[in-house]
Write a protein that binds this ligand. Structure first.
Ligand SMILES: Nc1ncnc2c1ncn2[C@@H]1O[C@H](COP(=O)(O)OP(=O)(O)OP(=O)(O)O)[C@@H](O)[C@H]1O
Ligand SMILES: [Mg+2]
Length: 254
């Protein structure tokens, strides 16, 4: 197990109110899983991701990465990709992707090789000298993914990374992240609102209840292993896919 979440509760305390966002979360995440988390708006998905990233501490319970408690600070071993990318506008794409490597003083030649490798993986080799404002939304998101991967994290945390993209770009991005997952064997923890997206990507699908978020259902799936690049549309009508989709939708809309 790369990640273990044990009896985690999280309560936000503001001067106006107390909000319990997560209640009794228990999860065991196997190395190399593609975890997809689904649940109604406000159920605590981002909160859970923030705990894994080390931005928030659980009010009670324990979170272990490689059997060690997650430290309450950002760490390159937990790479985060947000819905709106956070590239540095004054750096070109190559320097954005290489930023973490530069901070860690990785030698220039090695840095260049790593950056080129991940830019190639996300299909941005031709754009390494471009600034982020010269890229489309999907391309910026791919650059953010390359930047996270260049740091060789133990776990990649993604909060609705394709939520702001149009349907066609989204499908291409799903193909791209599935391919990257197969090539790198990384453990990915991916939040989405989109039930079909979760089924097209997730090997371990987690459905949360409305706030306070509790685990309603865990599902394991082999669709992501089977789906070939550019062929995801064929799977959307498979009886097992349709059955799972309807089951998840009925759980979420309870
Ligand atoms: N920093 C904060 N302080 C106080 N309350 C917060 C804070 N962040 C989130 N909350 C509350 O915690 C609950 C869960 O929020 P969270 O952002 O985790 O939900 P979510 O599942 O990611 O929602 P969405 O699908 O809309 O992104 C919400 O009721 C929200 O108002
Ligand atoms: Mg959220």
């Amino acid at each position: 197990m790369v990640l273990q979440i044990k009896n985690v509760d999280l309560t936000y305390q503001t001067d106006k109110q107390v909000v319990t966002a997560l209640k009794n979360i228990n999860l065991q995440i196997k190395e190399g899983s593609f975890v997809c988390v689904l649940g109604p708006s406000g159920c605590g998905k981002t909160t859970l991701l923030r705990i894994l990233a080390g931005y928030h501490q659980a009010t009670s319970g324990e979170v272990l990465l490689d059997n060690k408690p997650i430290s309450p600070k950002p760490d390159r071993h937990r790479g985060v990709v947000f819905q709106q990318q956070m590239l540095y506008p004054w750096l070109n794409i190559e320097d954005n992707v290489g930023f973490g490597l530069k901070m860690r003083k990785v030698p220039a030649k090695e840095k260049r090789e790593i950056v080129d490798h991940y830019l190639e993986m996300v299909g941005l080799s031709q754009f390494k000298k471009a600034k982020s404002y010269e890229l489309s939304g999907g391309m910026k998101q791919r650059a953010s993914i390359a930047r996270v991967l260049a740091n060789d994290p133990r776990i990649v945390l993604m909060d609705e990374p394709f939520g702001a993209l149009d349907a066609m770009t989204k499908e291409q991005m799903q193909d791209n992240i599935r391919k990257i997952w197969k090539e790198t064997h990384k453990t990915i923890f991916f939040i989405t609102h989109d039930v079909e997206e979760a089924l097209l990507l997730g090997t371990h699908i987690i459905v949360l209840s409305a706030r306070p978020g509790r685990i309603l259902r865990e599902m394991y799936s082999d669709f992501p292993y089977r789906i070939e690049e550019g062929k995801s549309r064929m799977y959307r009508t498979e009886p097992d896919f349709v059955k799972r989709r309807e089951e998840i939708i009925s759980l979420i809309s309870l």
